[in-house]
Design a binder for this molecule. Sequence first.
Ligand code: GAP
Length: 440
Amino acid sequence: MQKDEKLLDKIVSLAKRRGFVFQGSEIYGGFAGMWDYGPYGVALKNNIKNLWWKMFVDARDDVWGIDAAILMPARVWDASGHTGAGFTDPLVECAECKKRFRADHLEDKKKCPECGGMLGEERQFNLMFETRVGALEDSSAVSYLRPETAQGIFVNFKNVVDSVHPKLPFGIAQVGKAFRNEITPRDFIFRIRELEQMEIEYFVKPTDWERVFEEWREATGKWIDALGIDRAHVREVEIGDGDRAHYSKRTIDFEYEYPFGTKELSGLAYRTDYDLSNHTKHSGQDLGYFDEETKERLVPHVIEPSFGVERALLAVLCDAYREEEVNGETRVYLKLPTRLAPVKVMVSPLLKNKPELVAKAREVREAVRKVIPETAWDDNGNVGKRYRRQDEIGTPYCVTVDFDSLEKGDVTVRDRDTMEQVRVPISDLPTYLKEKIEAK
Ligand code: GAP
């Protein structure tokens, strides 16, 4: 991708202007690391999560979905290694302005990048958000907002095995919120404190891990394709010893060329039996698996493809963003894959003060909506302005009902990418649009 230093600013501005993403608690000055999603942002996010679920749960016979609680007691995180040194980032504080920074993100570890003051000693900072649950004030009340959805899967391993009796290899999938008290949230929705993950813990026989790792590597590539992200903008990076998470024996990061640098989009890790074995030790519950074929009891090993929803959404926006000159003006549009577009079809009357046009357009909209639920109505401003607005939302097709529609029973359908306009009979419209949308 051509590196565009201003691309991130343009996307942040479009996201706000068009109702995708807003700063969290903005009217109170904003809350660092938190972002809220507007009408089109929530639709795009849901489309990404639903696509993931369809691909990795619904379309497969070997993956089961769950939805575990966000709050889990301290004992879970002691077992997983997150309360220990494994889940910390190096922190330094400026003696002058008191601002805190991630030491590994600084070029000069002695000088404050904000005020030039002296930075103090580096210390390890745990990223988990701690809270207390219940009326007791003692240590038994301490619990944590999960920093990864994965642990909700491991603690339910036995429940899933006992209830659906899956055969190895099999996976358990979950989509949900996770929380990390990042020292320096930054780059819009790239590094945030309240995030969403889409994770699969895929359980295998210990001898199969390398083969299955490769399978998930390929599956991740297909997921990136499904998001409409050009693979030329993604690279795989083998994470070396010492840089991997505390539980991983092998990790590949999928990095995307974000406008602020090539950075992690998603990860693929070989977690061995680290989690199941540690939860067995700490909970006293046997999290082994009885293999009916070999009549052996074993602790499965785990391959974990882990995807951040917001990082996927940001990569989708960056890859879809287009600017072109049209009649001396810059046209901005989001070339989103149709399956992800928050609105698939916008319908409007040419003039909103002509009741006969409005009535016909409403009728057309309802007919289209029956076949394509993600339709919108937009009668603000003139037709040109509506097209520009829908271009920025990434709406693939706009339908306009005009005076000819009343006489001839056809409408104009305008294509987002080519701006071409064709007349289509109203009676054929729902099928015409459905075929177009499914083909893209
Ligand atoms: N269960 C494994 C795990 O959590 P991770 O590499 O720490 O591994 C997985 O996180 C994915 O979650 C990342 O690849 C990224 O997409 C997303 N992610 C992690 N921390 C994030 C943050 N602070 N902001 C946004 N996304 C984040």
